[in-house]
Write a protein that binds this ligand. Sequence first.
Ligand code: ATP
Ligand code: MG
Length: 695
Amino acid sequence: MDGTPPPPKQRLAADQLLDGLDDAQREAVTTEQAPLAIIAGPGSGKTRVLTRRIAWRVATGTADGRHVLAVTFTRKAAGELTHRLAELGVARPGDGGGPDPGHWRGVTAGTLHAIALAQLRRRAERLDRPMPGLLERKARLLVKIVGGRGPDALTAAADLAGEIEWAKARLLRPEVYAAAAELAGREPSRGVEVVADAYARYEHDKRRARLIDFDDLLWWCGDALADDDEFQAEQRFRFRHLFVDEFQDVSPAQLRLVRGWLGAGRDLTVVGDPDQAIFSFTGADPTGLTGFRHEFAGAHVARLDRNYRSTPQVVAVAEAVLADAGRPRPPRVAVRDAGPFPRVTAYDDDADEAAGVARRLRDAHAATGSWSSFAVLYRINAQSAGFEAALTAAGIPYRVRGDARFLDRPEVRAALDVLRAAAKATPGASLDHHLDGLELADDHDDARRQHAVAVARLGREYVAADPEGALEGFLTWLSTSLRTEAPSLAGDAVELLTFHRAKGLEFHTVFVTGLERGLVPISRADTPPERAEERRLLYVALTRAEEGLELSWARRRALGKRTVGRTPSPWLGPIEAVLPGATTTSPAADARAGIDDARDRLAKTRSGDADDEEPDPALFAALIEWRRGLARASSVPAYVIFHDSTLRAIATTLPATRASLLDVPGIGPVKVERYADVVLDLVRTHSDRPVIASV
Ligand code: ATP
Ligand code: MG
């Protein structure tokens, strides 16, 4: 920045841009230090500061809007950023799809891909070369390479596409893929050598067809910046002021592009949160953010430490999940007033969970009068089907955020193709029979199988409603019952989205669903770094909530060919430990007092003087012994089962019923579900004192 004093008229506007910021945010908006990284937790105002900083720079004349580039990683986020800039008067509402030199006041906001594409197009024009066509789906070429046909070929192609995307995000060519993938501990189903070979053929076929894919946009643009002096000079002139949101999820290919644009310049501001790095599996690398000072010489790092988004109750629950990893965490200050305690609900099965969520949405809507302040979050796309059906049945408008709606997904289309083929082959057989066939078809791919099961379940629902119904009827029924929303309700709708897609967003009330082992963390995450990423992913999901946070899991879920018994996510343990026992009932009137009270009781039980009572020594010893055996048998640390303080409290209050167990700090519905029988039995058999069935 050049620090030239702006004229008075602009100063006035600039001052207004500092309204509604705390001291640290204000400093981050106005500092002349650059390059600058703002590293801070969820809801701390990073995106707010980034947009204000852009507006401030424009208003004070230290940046010309036409030379500002603001980068986000999804089209959605770009839209959000542009919306905020428009509110601040430095962008036009509705922009955000890509750069356009004709923009009013010129601020360009978009995804890296959109910007790279526009730059490459312009370069192709200048060089009078044809721009290659964009290959939107790698599968188009990969299906031919893997050979075979039908759903299996599609699945194999999708697997390969994932690996190729990882490689290209990390700037790894086919020749070096195998070695790098092994080093990174990747285990593609067909082995790294097969992937390397397919990757080389894919690149070859793509070149011959004169196509480029999305990854090429970044890679080529980076190459052009490195090799083409004129292009480099043009772009560096055009975008002199760079701003990047969600920098923890930048990939090496993206980092190279940002470096290419910056050149010898220094005017780069990034914001991010390493605790929210959730895209390592696709090739992102948070060290671009955590090593910012190392990456960019002379860089400055600013921190924000207050959470403006979420109530203290939500913050406590989210922090408990990360704290459970065992590393000390900086204290978080939650600015908002206390709200209701998050609730944990165990449902009998996944259909019950979906119906339960729909019921609660109805109730909550009666209070707020709006649908769009609610979001239902899930770990994998296949989970959306149940919610789509339940919300449709309940007449609740919803929107599925994702690449494709359930019915448009390749896995679903593949399942429907299987049904069509079966109906054609044996026209006399009933739809029910074909549904059996679909469900029993041997298919090792999780996503495919889960979608096939989901389709079969919907089919049974249809058959139940229309016993004579055949395939054609089912297809029509499907498209109507899974319709996203009635046109008259467009706009105000509940959002259905995956944890990943929820990044950066916020909602009044968030339902975080499917909190079971196998989903959270996802079953394939078997290395410590993968599990750590899954933990951060849950953290991202929880921190989307402003006030209401509803957590749920199902005791049985349709997965694979069968309905299988489920156990709660290991991370519900630390969550319940910070919730008072009665989380399943209505929220305490004074929630903050409730939290303090719970903490107090915990502290007291830890020091052994809870309510002036001593624990029953025989029972306490029996509980410790039982916990030791269980911990050993399930290879988990003892405190994961119950903290000492919890056992102490049990041995002191002698709960006789499930309800009174729930009143013990550190015990929530999940623990009751898992351990109530044995704990109550221990209380009955080991305590010398009379046991009173209290509350
Ligand atoms: P995430 O890491 O989830 O992307 P973030 O750090 O980008 O979060 P923002 O989305 O910028 O956080 O801010 C969270 C919410 O808090 C927003 O609704 C924002 O408008 C609000 N907010 C931020 N700072 C303040 C403030 N000083 N006063 C009032 N509200 C604020
Ligand atoms: Mg943000």
